[in-house]
Design a protein around this ligand. Structure first.
Ligand SMILES: Cc1cc2nc3c(=O)[nH]c(=O)nc-3n(C[C@H](O)[C@H](O)[C@H](O)COP(=O)(O)O)c2cc1C
Length: 175
């Protein structure tokens, strides 16, 4: 059966969108109808979807405000369909913080909201000091130093495990 799937993302530097596109590609393989929307311009009717996937990166310890607002104000409708949530952050580059039950941002997030998606995942994001404004770069260098990560300001590392993303896509097909 053809299934209508929506992927709603919030990103600043593009990594969450990149992950969303890989998920879309994976989900299209089964002949589903899969649309991607930025949280900035999602105006569709939630109940028109069989499955909604919501993805957000972390900025200074929190998911994007608009994503949180969207979830909180649409919880009753989200509860009537199949849903998934994924978080993108740099702490998840550490194997011991790379699961939804071990990633501190994901754990904290689901303590502050009542929505319980059908499935939750977490992916390591991208570190690209060149892209960050001065203040952000200093802050991220500090966070990286604290967590024993790279602090050289020329560093660009994509920590995202694309096999894990593809696997999540396969899991989403069978929700
Ligand atoms: C200003 C800023 C703040 C960030 N804060 C955190 C943080 O608190 N914890 C963390 O694990 N990663 C943090 N990150 C890393 C991002 O979550 C990571 O780079 C992710 O790939 C960004 O995804 P996006 O391009 O979709 O926004 C931060 C990145 C920036 C630029």
């Amino acid at each position: 059966m053809k299934v209508k799937i929506g992927i709603i993302y919030a990103t600043v530097d593009g990594q969450t969108l990149k992950i969303s596109k890989v998920l879309q590609k994976e989900l299209l393989k089964s002949g589903n109808l899969v649309e991607i929307y930025s949280i900035e311009d999602f105006n569709e009717k939630i109940t028109n979807f069989d499955t909604l996937i919501i993805g957000s990166s972390i900025r200074y310890g929190v998911h994007h405000k608009k994503i949180i607002e969207f979830i909180n104000s649409n919880k009753p409708k989200l509860d009537t369909i199949k849903t998934a949530f994924f978080s993108v952050n740099l702490v998840a580059r550490k194997p011991e913080k790379n699961t939804p039950t071990a990633n501190p941002y994901v754990v904290k997030f689901f303590k502050t909201i009542t929505w319980k998606p059908t499935i939750v995942e977490v992916f390591a994001g991208k570190l690209d000091y060149k892209k960050y404004p001065f203040f952000d770069r200093i802050m991220i260098q500090f966070i990286m130093w604290m967590t024993k990560g790279p602090t050289d300001k020329t560093v660009e590392i994509e920590y995202t495990n694309w096999d894990k993303v593809a696997k999540f896509g396969k899991t989403l097909q069978n929700l």
